[in-house]
Design a protein. Structure first.
Length: 107
């Protein structure tokens, strides 16, 4: 397990078995990752491939940042943002980094 700090708040990343009750959503379904604001823990399925872990942790970190910065986003919108971040976030940052390097080298 790992501890992280977001906006001065301590959060834990906890790896759990795939059928752990910690991965159960409010509707009873089991998911790959859950962010619990009550205990400031992200629970992650411990059997994910590297690529799937990357996508799920990026998704869950979107929820962490929303909680840590006290953002009140309707859950449907927050889920769309988290899905977008988990799918395209690394590409967006890579392109931004490339542009930033070029602009700073030219300036």
């Amino acid at each position: 397990d790992k501890m992280i700090y977001i906006n001065g708040l301590e959060w834990n990343i906890s790896l759990v078995e795939p059928h752990s009750p910690m991965l159960r959503r409010s509707d009873g379904t089991i998911t790959l990752g859950v962010t619990d604001n009550n205990d400031r823990t992200v629970y992650m399925n411990n059997r994910l491939s590297y690529d799937m872990f990357d996508r799920v942790i990026c998704h869950e970190l979107c929820h962490v940042f929303s909680f840590a910065y006290n953002l009140h986003i309707p859950i449907e919108t927050e889920e769309m943002i988290a899905d977008f971040l988990s799918t395209y976030g690394r590409d967006v940052i890579a392109v931004a980094d490339d542009i930033l390097k070029e602009v700073l080298l030219v300036a």
